[in-house]
Design a protein around this ligand. Sequence first.
Ligand SMILES: *Cc1c(COP(=O)(O)O)cnc(C)c1O
Length: 404
Amino acid sequence: MLNIRDQFPILKQKIKNQSDLIYFDNAATNQKPQVVIDKISEYYSKTNSNIHRGVHHLSQVATTDYEESRDLIAQFINAKSVKEVIFTSGCTEGINLVATILDKANYLKIGDEIVVSGLEHHSNIVPWQMLCEATGAILKYVPVAQDGAIDWEQGLELITSKTKLVAITHLSNALGIIPPVDKYITKAKQNGALTLVDGAQWVAHYPLDVQALGADFYVFSGHKLYGPTGTGVLWGREDLLNELPPYKGGGEMIAEVTFAKTTYNVLPNKYEAGTPNISGGIALAQAVKFAQSLDWNAVANHEKELTQLALKGLQSLDNIELYTPGVVPNGLVSFNVKGVHHYDVGTLLDQFGIAVRTGHHCCQPLMQQLGITGTIRASFACYNTLEEVEVFIEKLKKSLLLLS
Ligand SMILES: *Cc1c(COP(=O)(O)O)cnc(C)c1O
């Protein structure tokens, strides 16, 4: 993994107390390879210009680069058409976009139901709660038992003829669980419901084929895929996006505007009002190229090894609580130390240059089901090493001695 690691300049620095940085907060945002960093600088040094509207050279170059990025993303996720790839500011905006246009389309009425899982990130809960509030629809969720066990088969029973939408994570950010998304999509389709998959965590770890997956909408953020913050993608079925109303109004999303009436642009511009994050969108293509350069099987195996080593280390310590009974989590370990606040553990690890996340991970409803306020989460990326996991366990052991 060394040649991968070498591409990430941030990992080369010493931080707190001259320790090597051990970055295990990849589920919050992962680091950027040099090509992404260089592209942003190059864009502002050589190309900066507004896209789509200019006749001049720079505008044309920027437009071409931006649209080539869209083409590459379409290919990366195997979209049927490039028109199905909508640039957003991130996963959160993608979900809010879908919730807003479903509201505008009067898609839901009183008593209709939306089904989510108990694992969801706030951004795949709150927009649906707001939609329910606006329409009188009801939000149902697949419960998580206090020990973290989930009965997915029973959860499927929540999907009935009343269900209008199923929104589910492809990979949980808090526990590393992969739900049986295929089954939920199939059952939703049988009941005529739409489906949205939150791929924020999935895209950096596993290949994505939106056509094979068969959902109606798929969302992810660029910054969790080695790309810049403020970038993201909403993929949606072309016929559906054509049919649904626009989201924000403004420049770029229009065909013709008069004070009496406006007609809207075709996809994807219909959903892209205003000047977008141009440098980000262009640099996202470099992130995707980096991702495409990876041997994904090797990455999956490597991340599994990191996870298993971390689990083994945690299990060798006393008083550790884990939350995925019977399931090896994917790409992360989420745990607590009995009698110790997660924040205190995170603070001590930070003194050794180890970056983990502590808290509710934007999953307060999940934490409530587990009867806790948060966890300590170490989440891995392709550039992390087994040695780093060993140091993490060793320093955790040291921290626990300090705390006892
Ligand atoms: C990070 C994350 C989000 C939200 O992504 P933003 O980049 O903050 O918009 C949604 N769902 C999951 C599973 C996430 O990990």
